[in-house]
Design a protein around this ligand. Sequence first.
Ligand code: NDP
Length: 295
Amino acid sequence: MAATLIDGKAAAASLRERLAHVAGFFRASTGRPAALATVLVGEDPASAVYIRSKRSATAEAGMESLHHALPADTSQAELLALIERLNADPAVDGILVQLPLPSQMDAALVISAIDPDKDVDGFHVVNAGRLAVGDPAALVPCTPLGCLHLLKATLGDLSGRHAVVIGRSNIVGKPMAMLLLSESCTVTIAHSRTRDLPEVCRSAGILVAAVGRPEMVRGDWIKPGACVIDVGINRVPANEPGKTRLVGDVAFAEATEVAGAITPVPGGVGPMTIAMLLRNTLVAAHRRAGLQAPE
Ligand code: NDP
């Protein structure tokens, strides 16, 4: 039987609608819109596309999008000075520095300069630490937060389930594992050195693939009925010469025959990431204004 398709596009659309209401209440209570400052250094075309979508989603939700486009040869000191100004600006609730940064910059140092309470990407070590110790003040990275939202919407209570997360990056795998742990899952984190990965995956009631390897997870790696969240976004050659298409880290056609529920690529996790960026900005805005933050 084919798995239930987890429609991330629909989930993100309904979340964004709800967040637009929250943004309206915020504006009415404080007399100003919640504001997200985005910073793009250089002209990487993929980064420019991501920033455009983030900015238009911010504006669509009734929030203010303040953009800073810096030339590729900007010095690190100049970027740090801009972050200082944004940290100090009372009209700015969230700061997002688009990664990757040009090679003359130390991304970890730049991220660590952002005020943790405005760090809406959730990449600052203070937020990673807050998440690890279960501090509700954590701003949590958007992609894993989106995955958790889809998992809870699909499965309800996650407590006691065995979750396997493939990938241990600081932006997806590790925070995903922490979130699942905080939901009382039994969590296994797999990575490139994991022995017998297919067998490890077969033990999972929840399988999250965040690897960056096209269709690596095969149908026979999946426990029948498992819930599969495919974070991977991989561009591969399409059947037509010169054309490409997007695939996930999971071999979708095979997986859908075995899994209970699965996210497609595209249209699964991807749309949730931007919705969660809006959510984090509103959470940061509410906390800074001393208001009850939205869920
Ligand atoms: P990274 O490259 O930072 O991390 C990949 C992880 O996968 C590493 O922990 C690595 O292990 C592990 N890995 C690599 N090869 C294997 C293997 N053969 N077997 C098991 N594990 C392996 O990637 P990200 O976490 O940043 O992203 C992962 C994927 O998610 C990418 O496809 C990316 O495009 C996508 N993504 C999607 C987003 C969305 O909005 N939907 C947002 C962010 C990312 P090790 O640590 O041992 O090297």
